[in-house]
Design a protein around this ligand. Structure first.
Ligand SMILES: Nc1ncnc2c1ncn2[C@@H]1O[C@H](COP(=O)(O)OP(=O)(O)OP(=O)(O)O)[C@@H](O)[C@H]1O
Length: 244
């Protein structure tokens, strides 16, 4: 799944350099965000079709990065460009709010609406993001649930789903809106060991089929090894290591 992964290039001045990731459907983020005493200052590029894992101890700034990319925190300095669209640039007074960003997010505790059936949880995002009618949104939701092997669970409410099933619904909800960027924040952390292995194996089959860039935050090096094309390690708000 390394399509579009930046490779090494010969520095021939007669040839143009590699295109920025955002020009080819990827993510270019130069991020400076202050939260109290904490400063996150990182540059992150993810190519279209590439999965990058963000590792680091608690408090390193991983969630702050995802919240910034999702539009839940504004940049103090820098610029976020996704597939050629500027999402945040304080110097240009440009800030696309979270509800208008083509970004899918899955959190560790899946945050499904408890009163909505699985189908309607997925359809909700489709209606809100893509502005489609109820019937079309539900059909679309059913096809995503089907694709994720849980088509028969569309009528269940989250309380009647297992952790692994809920996480598949959350992923279906994120992907059904056709995001141009997928953010996974510790998507396996809340699951027991067996379910964790199952959902990890599931993600391993799904992520390579996506054409969007994917960022996955995890504490677990196994997740990074199995799911990501490369890893970035954060410490104290900075990138301290990168590995292919
Ligand atoms: N609302 C806030 N106000 C002030 N500081 C905050 C706020 N939220 C987070 N921080 C600080 O920002 C820093 C980075 O937090 P962040 O949640 O991004 O870390 P993390 O790497 O995701 O940690 P974890 O793995 O525990 O989720 C921490 O030092 C934290 O205390």
């Amino acid at each position: 799944m390394s399509a579009g992964t930046p490779g090494s290039t010969q520095s021939d001045p007669s040839k143009p350099g590699p295109e920025p990731a955002s020009e080819t459907g990827g993510l270019d983020a130069r991020v400076t965000v202050r939260r109290g005493q904490f400063v996150l200052a990182v540059d992150v590029q993810v190519a279209r079709g590439e999965t990058v894992a963000v590792l680091g101890r608690s408090g390193a700034g991983k969630s702050t990065l995802l919240r910034t990319l999702a539009g839940l925190l504004p940049l103090d300095e820098g610029r976020i460009t996704l597939a050629g669209q500027v999402l945040d640039d304080p110097t240009q007074h440009r800030f696309v709010p979270s509800e208008r960003r083509p970004v899918g997010v899955v959190f560790q505790d899946y945050l499904l609406f408890p009163h909505l059936r699985a189908r309607d949880n997925v359809a909700f995002g489709v209606r809100a993001r893509l502005g489609q009618g109820r019937r079309h949104a539900r059909e679309r939701a059913d096809s995503w649930l089907e694709r994720f092997g849980i088509g028969e669970l569309g009528d269940r409410r989250p309380g009647a789903l297992s952790g692994g099933q809920s996480q598949r619904v959350a992923l279906a909800r994120a992907l059904a809106t056709e995001p141009r960027l997928l953010l996974l924040d510790e998507p396996l952390a809340a699951l027991d060991t067996t379910t964790r292995g199952e959902v990890r194996a599931f993600l391993r089959t799904v992520l390579p089929t996506l054409s969007a860039p994917v960022l996955i935050v995890t504490h677990d090096p196994t997740d990074a090894e199995v799911l990501a094309d490369r890893t970035i390690a954060f410490e104290g708000g900075h990138v301290v290591d990168t590995a292919a």
